[in-house]
Write a protein of this length. Structure first.
Length: 155
C-alpha cells in the first residue's frame, strides 16, 4: 500500500514527500485522516528516499525489506482533512548498522514545487538544518504544522 504521491526532494540525509489526502482512502474517517496514518506517511517518505539513494548510486538490485521499529516523541496537533495536501520532511538523525533514527515534520500545504525528484536540486541550506519553522516562499501555499516526531526503522 503506497500512500506517498511524490518524493520531491532527496539528499544524503534529508527528503521531502507529498501526499494528497483523499476522501475515499481507508485512513480517512468522518472527513479526516487518522493519526496513525501520519506516522505511515513519514515512514514511506523514508523508504522512498532510501530507494532513490540506491538508484542514484547505481544500485539496481531489488529493494530491501524494512520495517518501522519504534515511534517516539510523535506529537500530532491536528488531523488533516480530505482534500489537504501533506508535505512530509524527514531528516536522518542517527544510524547504527541497519537501524536508522529519523526526525519527521508534517505540514498541511505545499512548499514551492521542486519537480521530479530525479531532477530535484539539493535542499537549500535553511531547509537542511533543524526541521523547525514553517515553509514559505514564492509559489508556496500557506502551511500549518500538524505533526513532529521521531521514527526508528530497520532498513
Amino acid at each position: 500500500m503506497r500512500w506517498l504521491d511524490a518524493l520531491v526532494e532527496c539528499t544524503d540525509t534529508t527528503a521531502t514527500g507529498t501526499v494528497l489526502v483523499t476522501a475515499g482512502h481507508f485512513s480517512v474517517v468522518d472527513g479526516t485522516m487518522l493519526e496513525s496514518a501520519l506516522v505511515e506517511c513519514a515512514a514511506q517518505t523514508v523508504a522512498a528516499a532510501l530507494g532513490q539513494r540506491r538508484r542514484a548510486s547505481g544500485d539496481s538490485s531489488p529493494a530491501q525489506t524494512g520495517m518501522l521499529a519504534a515511534v517516539s516523541n510523535f506529537q500530532i496537533t491536528a488531523r488533516p482533512a480530505a482534500g489537504d495536501t501533506l508535505t512530509i520532511e524527514v531528516r536522518e538523525v542517527k544510524r547504527l548498522g541497519p537501524m536508522l533514527m529519523i526526525a519527521a515534520r508534517i505540514v498541511v500545504g505545499q512548499p514551492p514545487p521542486a519537480g521530479n525528484v530525479l531532477q530535484a536540486p539539493p535542499l537549500a541550506e535553511h531547509q537542511a538544518g533543524a526541521l523547525g519553522g514553517l515553509m514559505t516562499g514564492e509559489g508556496a501555499s500557506p502551511t500549518k504544522l500538524i505533526a513532529t516526531g521521531e521514527l526508528t526503522l530497520y532498513a
